[in-house]
Write a protein that binds this ligand. Structure first.
Ligand SMILES: Cc1cc2nc3c(=O)[nH]c(=O)nc-3n(C[C@H](O)[C@H](O)[C@H](O)COP(=O)(O)OP(=O)(O)OC[C@H]3O[C@@H](n4cnc5c(N)ncnc54)[C@H](O)[C@@H]3O)c2cc1C
Length: 350
């Protein structure tokens, strides 16, 4: 375990925001992680955790010790009747590589979550979701280390309190645990879900002459998801971004009906509890923010939900643009947008 001081984090976050960690430790096994946490406890250092850096905004420098997960390992265990298999992956495994690994091993159920950036350990934090599937639907349990004690902890699905882009690790247990591995239940028989309209449309556009008609394999679904994502979302390596910057707001039915009377084109997706989810992108676009330019940052010209670093943006400048959008959307629609990425570090003096 090697602890370095004053480490530059700019290349370790997909928004390419500047920021330095007071102390930084890359851990490639759980023993090193335990030692790093013990070091932080002995020296009264606050601990923060970094995975792939695809869902964080550095407000400024990070005080204390930042641990960067680089642990590896994927294991499979047969369950029950043999139609269900449990896969356990170390927190430092790349999420997309894990998805591809399970598909190659004929375990199905993660195909809709292909190509989401980041590492396995971060996936439960915001209950990653895409194309009609959320991680919670495949989740069995996770293992973590408690930062304050170094003790091993286990969380089952109920204990994680998953919600839309939410879990206990963003609420009551925020900042208290480092997730070390995640276990998911997958199927040995394919059972694809292509109910998400954009996915169904992409698959139905399969080239003529393909005689498989309407049969789609999990590999087909994964390939279609990857193709849509590559076409639709800006690549952080080309244009620094953190994917969706705001969560889609969920409205009470009455308020949704009131808004829809005023804005008949406003899309709405009814939820099981009677509430209605509306696309934050529609609200931001309608308010005229698509392509708007802030200080060293902008709203993407084709994706109203994506904020991009135009070159030398600080966390403060990016958050100022986000704040301007939030205030305007609240004024126009009476809806409070919530920022999706996690904010790390204290605001810098600018
Ligand atoms: C282009 C793009 C597209 C995206 N598309 C989607 C999408 O479709 N759906 C979706 O849900 N998300 C999406 N995201 C967001 C992001 O990919 C996910 O949230 C991902 O799970 C973040 O993983 P990470 O390893 O990069 O986490 P990081 O950004 O490193 O960390 C995110 C948060 O989790 C904490 N954390 C990370 N690892 C651990 C750990 N092991 N233990 C405890 N805490 C930890 C961090 O402290 C931080 O608070 C997208 C991002 C980008 C850039």
């Amino acid at each position: 375990m090697k602890i370095r001081a004053n480490v530059n984090l700019q290349s370790l976050n997909t928004l390419a925001l500047p920021g330095r960690a007071e102390y930084f430790c890359r851990v490639d096994n759980n023993q090193s992680l335990a030692e790093a946490l013990a070091y932080a406890r002995a020296n009264n250092l606050p601990v923060s955790v970094l995975g792939g850096g695809s869902n964080v905004v550095f407000r400024g420098n990070i005080s204390g010790l930042m641990v960067h997960l680089a642990t590896r390992g994927i294991e499979c265990a047969q369950e029950g009747d043999g139609l269900c298999v449990h896969w356990t992956a170390a927190a430092g495994e790349n999420w997309h590589r894990f998805v591809q690994h399970t598909l190659a091993e004929k375990s199905y159920g993660l195909e809709n979550l292909s190509l989401i950036p980041g590492l396995v350990g971060a996936a439960p934090i915001q209950n990653i979701g895409a194309y009609g599937l959320e991680l919670s639907e495949r989740f069995v349990s996770l293992q973590a280390l408690e930062i304050s004690s170094g003790k091993i902890a286990h969380f089952n699905k109920a204990e994680c309190r998953f919600g839309y882009r939410d879990s206990i690790f963003k609420q009551g247990a925020a900042g208290q645990f480092v997730i070390t591995s995640v276990t998911l239940a997958l199927n040995t028989e394919p059972n694809v879900d292509i109910s998400y309209p954009a996915l169904a449309a992409a698959l139905s556009a399969r080239p003529q002459g393909d005689d498989r008609k309407d049969e789609f394999s999990p590999a087909d679904v994964s390939a279609a998801v990857c193709a849509i994502r590559r076409q639709k979302l800006p690549d952080p390596a080309v244009q620094a971004n953190a994917g969706s910057f705001f969560k889609n707001p969920v409205l009470g039915k009455q308020y949704w009906q009131k808004l829809q009377a005023e804005y008949p084109q406003l899309p709405g997706y009814p939820q099981a509890d009677g509430s209605v989810k509306v696309p934050a992108a529609w609200l931001i676009d309608r308010a005229g923010w698509k392509g708007a330019v802030g200080q060293n940052c902008a709203v993407h010209s084709e994706h109203a939900l994506v904020l991009v670093n135009s070159g030398a943006c600080s966390g403060g400048q990016l958050l100022q643009l986000a704040e301007d959008i939030i205030v305007d959307i609240q004024r126009r629609f009476g809806i409070l947008l919530v920022i999706e990425p996690q904010l790390l570090g204290l605001p810098a003096q600018e």
